[in-house]
Write a protein that binds this ligand. Structure first.
Ligand SMILES: Nc1nc2c(c(=O)[nH]1)N[C@H]1C(S)=C(S)[C@@H](COP(=O)(O)O)O[C@H]1N2
Ligand SMILES: [Mo]
Length: 354
């Protein structure tokens, strides 16, 4: 039985309790959010095949043992995060489509596999601009039933931290996380890390799958479900600078005196340099202590501080800053979009001290 908070049983979508998420720097697979768009396929590593085709000199059709033998194994620590993480904070501004994710649609794990570029090299990939991927699951998108399909740009695909991964935290991937094989693109929205991977196609344009063309786009604020023009949306790849309070949780009832406040922050390209916490809705700020893994730049940051809160209602707030002095927008209203993606506004948590 899962201890996750379930948003939807079919397709299975669930996130951990935030205290639990914040309890361990490496997220246990049991506590890792699950985002699926269709039924979770029943696959078997003993019979699974991965095809590599498209603009390549030598199309390949690999078993899992053949894939493992192709190149030295690599383990990369990386955050996986849904583009819809923190959507619940956008919905009070105006309704959005999608599940009301709290800040738990994120996790940090150590992923083991071989770099994608090794397979592209083995197949003799041409200098094409995109790499497209197909999963074994069938999803409903734009009124069609199709295999899950997305793509990433070739430049990102060739970087050595992009893995074809079969293990998470030194154990075979669990079924819901993509057993027996998934892609892992550190720093990109989870949607670009397809699970249950069955094929890789080298091509000179993005995937024409509706998951790529008509979903996971950041649309301007004046566009809604009725007026949507998908071409007006930005394709969501890299994720923004963000932070969240995990403890205490919204509407917590606390005793007067010192309260431990804890959470995570996640960088975008540049490292997190500072995390500010406010006891009073953003009028005053203190700097939190940061815990980071210097070996893994794609890891998240855990932060904590102590606030001395008098009796009454308080709005706790967190915001992160990066090395370039960039920070998060103050209000969710500034970043609202009808699909409810990329909520990186200051995270606000109301608590009551009595
Ligand atoms: N084949 C397939 N891959 C997928 C998905 C899916 O539904 N099918 N969901 C994507 C999305 S939107 C996210 S956020 C991540 C979630 O990965 P997880 O369930 O292992 O946490 O997987 C991505 N890869
Ligand atoms: Mo996602």
């Amino acid at each position: 039985m899962t201890s996750l908070i379930v948003h939807s049983a079919a397709p299975f979508n669930a996130e951990p309790n935030l205290d639990r998420l914040r309890a361990s720097f490496v997220t246990d697979a049991e506590d890792f959010y699950v985002r699926s768009h269709g039924d979770i396929p029943q696959l078997d590593a003993a019979t699974h095949r991965l095809r590599i085709d498209g603009l390549v000199d030598r199309p390949l059709d690999l078993s899992m043992p053949e894939l493992r033998d192709l190149a030295p194994h690599r383990t990369v620590g990386a955050v996986l995060q849904c583009a819809g993480n923190r959507r619940a904070d956008l919905q009070p501004v105006k309704p959005t489509t999608g599940d009301p994710w709290a800040p738990g649609a994120i996790g940090y794990a150590r992923w083991t596999g071989i770099p994608l570029y090794e397979v592209l090299r083995a197949a003799g990939a041409s200098a094409a601009s995109h790499v497209a991927f197909t999963g074994a699951d069938v999803v409903e998108e734009a009124g069609q039933r199709v295999r899950y399909g997305v793509s990433i740009g070739m430049q990102r695909a060739l970087q050595d931290d992009v893995l074809l991964a079969w293990a998470m935290n030194d154990k075979p991937l669990k079924r819901e996380h993509g057993y027996p094989l998934r892609l892992m693109v550190p720093g990109y929205a989870g949607v670009r890390s397809p699970k249950w991977l069955t094929s890789i196609t080298v091509q000179d344009r993005p995937s024409d799958n509706p998951m790529q063309q008509q979903d996971y786009k950041l649309l301007p604020p004046d566009i809604d479900a009725e007026t949507v023009d998908w071409n007006a949306g930005l394709t969501i790849d890299a994720m923004p600078l963000n932070s969240a309070i995990c403890t205490p949780q919204a509407d917590a009832i606390l005793s007067p005196g010192c309260t431990e406040v804890r959470g995570y922050a996640i960088a975008s390209g540049r490292a997190v340099a500072r995390v500010d916490v406010s006891p009073d809705g953003g009028r005053h700020w203190v700097q939190a202590a940061l815990q980071r893994d210097p070996e893994e730049p794609a890891a998240w940051i855990f932060w904590q501080t102590t606030l001395d809160l008098p009796a009454g209602e308080h709005e706790l707030v967190v915001r992160a800053w990066d090395e370039a002095g960039q920070t998060q927008p103050a209000s969710a209203a500034e970043v609202w979009n009808f699909k409810g993606y990329l909520c990186a506004a200051w995270h606000r948590v109301k608590v009551i001290v009595t």
